[in-house]
Ligand binder design. Structure first.
Ligand code: AOF
Ligand code: ZN
Length: 336
């Protein structure tokens, strides 16, 4: 069988589960014998079976019919089989026990709990292991997961909605809708991708936001992070059906670094200008998403940025731009 074709097939299908596996990566596995596919398996939800286990359990149904022994079969998986016993058992051990003699792996798992240890278990047990097929696609598909483990810090995106004249809201502390409903729906899709959503006390008190992902598909809702030094009402929308981490300290690096050991791979910052500028000034933002409307707020509006060309001077480069209704959406990436 053509390994490239099989790998592309499982990468594509694994992607379907990205909203229910996060903060875990999406992973796919396929088992085949000569020119026949025996089974496939995917990591479908956080805390659930890993892809290899699902594929092996599915193959077992054909044992004695399509094949006599697992040593006749090859297993191909997008990510290195795990070595650790986490929420489920170790995939590498399970593969060895099943009796496989050949494994093809797309990319090495960057998670320090694994990072080559799964491959070592396989090799130590005389399994023939081939590594490296479409690693770039697998890394791209699990961008936040790879970023977090390679850099030992979560990927941080700041999202803002701006008027044409660069303002955030009126100076009366009231909630202002700047962008169109379509843009606000697009924000729901962005929220669905992130592992955590962070805001500040001012946004919490002025806007009473829910900050969950309101989408018409299943999604693991993000953890919430609140930065505030002032008292707040625990009955606000933000706290409903959510696990919230609250920080009274203001050192953003310390706050972000406290997630090094957690499973959180990505954080979406949705706040007002003060906190957004603090994040940008710290130089810890990887991506900036700006929705700009055709509306102007004028003199009574509060500026997003103090300086001209702020986005460029913070080191961001335009990655993409598109129209949403009458708004413009721009994505900027930090030039690292
Ligand atoms: C695999 N196959 O399908 C996946 C893997 O919390 P746990 O026990 O589910 O483990 C999650 C970690 O396992 C995750 O961070 C990543 O390193 C690896 N994911 N490994 O062998 C899979 N999803
Ligand atoms: Zn596993």
């Amino acid at each position: 069988m053509n390994y490239e074709d099989l790998m592309l097939r499982v990468i594509k299908k694994a992607g379907q589960f990205k909203y229910t596996t996060k903060p875990n990566p999406v992973v796919g596995a396929i088992i085949f014998k000569e020119n026949e596919v025996i089974s496939e398996g995917y990591h479908e939800m956080y805390g659930g079976n890993h892809a290899e286990i699902n594929a092996i359990e599915e193959a077992q149904k054909h044992h004695g019919k399509k094949f006599q022994d697992f040593s006749e079969l090859t297993l191909l998986c997008t990510l290195e089989p795990c070595s650790h016993v986490g929420k489920t058992g170790s995939c590498a051990e399970f593969i060895v026990q099943a009796g496989f003699k050949k494994i093809i792996i797309g990319a090495i798992d960057p998670n320090p709990k694994v990072l080559g240890r799964g491959i070592k278990i396989l090799k130590d047990n005389k399994v023939d292991v081939e590594i490296g097929l479409y690693e770039d696609l697998i890394e791209k598909q699990n961008k936040f997961f790879f970023y977090k483990h390679k850099n030992n810090k979560p990927y941080i995106t700041v999202k803002i909605a701006s008027s044409l004249d660069g303002k955030s809201h009126y100076n009366n502390n009231k909630k202002t809708f700047i962008t169109s409903e379509s843009s606000r729906n697009d924000v729901q899709l962005i929220r669905a991708k992130y592992d955590a959503i962070l805001t500040g006390g001012n946004t919490l008190r002025n806007d009473n936001p829910k900050m969950n992902a309101r989408v018409n598909f299943s999604v693991n809702q993000a953890k919430k992070i609140l930065l505030t030094q002032k008292p707040f009402d625990k009955n606000l929308n933000f706290f409903k059906n959510a696990s919230v981490d609250i920080f009274k300290i203001t050192n953003l690096n310390k706050i972000i670094n406290s997630y090094q050991k957690s499973e959180i791979c990505s954080i979406l910052v949705e706040s007002g200008p003060k906190l957004v500028n603090a994040f940008l000034n710290e130089g810890i933002v990887n991506e900036l998403i700006i929705y700009t409307s055709e509306k102007e707020l004028g003199k009574k509006g509060i500026n997003w940025f103090d300086k001209d060309n702020a986005v460029e001077s913070y080191g961001f480069k335009l990655e993409s731009t598109c129209k949403i209704d009458t708004d413009t959406k721009e994505i900027f990436i930090k030039d690292e």
